[in-house]
Ligand binder design. Sequence first.
Ligand SMILES: C[S@@+](CC[C@H](N)C(=O)[O-])C[C@H]1O[C@@H](n2cnc3c(N)ncnc32)[C@H](O)[C@@H]1O
Length: 213
Amino acid sequence: MTALAATQTNPTAAPANDDRAAFLREFLRAPFTVAALTPSGRPLSEAVTATVPHTGEPLVVELGPGTGAFTAAIQRRLAGRGRHLAIEINARFADRLAARYPGVDLAVADAGSLTDLLAQRGHGPADVIVSGLPWAAFTPDRQDDLLDAVTANLTPDGVFTTFAYTHTRWAPPALRLRRTLRARFEEVVQGRTVWANLPPASVYYCRRPRTEG
Ligand SMILES: C[S@@+](CC[C@H](N)C(=O)[O-])C[C@H]1O[C@@H](n2cnc3c(N)ncnc32)[C@H](O)[C@@H]1O
């Protein structure tokens, strides 16, 4: 069984060793962009992607897929339906993902260019946006720009999910992220801590983006 197949069939699977090694390598190259030592595990990936609908042809956008922990979960949930656009700034991660997931539309780009990427493809707003972006590593302005791109490109009844590591929850960037999410969405629900992740993390489920006017 391949490493990918193993993580797809074992619900408690930790990331494959190959993915951990790639992740650590990229963290050492770009610590403030990767901002984690190891990929998310299956329990966190399931929690983050629980918003992908089980029916219809949704447009799912994934920001910062890394080695593909959430990508695998989204693909399992879509099971051939809809469209899945993944936006990764790191070309080495993107190459690995493109080889593994030929069905995913992979853009090597900054998540901040989401509006252009959707327009280039003739897509409308997304039904679901899933983020693996390292919010705690971003300046306030950067957080704002990226969240502008998210709210501008989500359908009115769309949903945005992101996660934060529990140990950083009282750090200023994490506090700011929570405040900013509440200012930009009518509903922000924080899920229970996923203790099985390394490190433990919780998910924010954000609905009804507030739009100007
Ligand atoms: C904490 S890792 C999460 C990776 C994966 N989603 C997971 O949970 O295992 C952050 C990922 O976001 C990517 N990233 C950081 N800034 C980005 C940006 N502005 N646009 C797109 N991807 C970005 C990094 O290269 C990395 O793959």
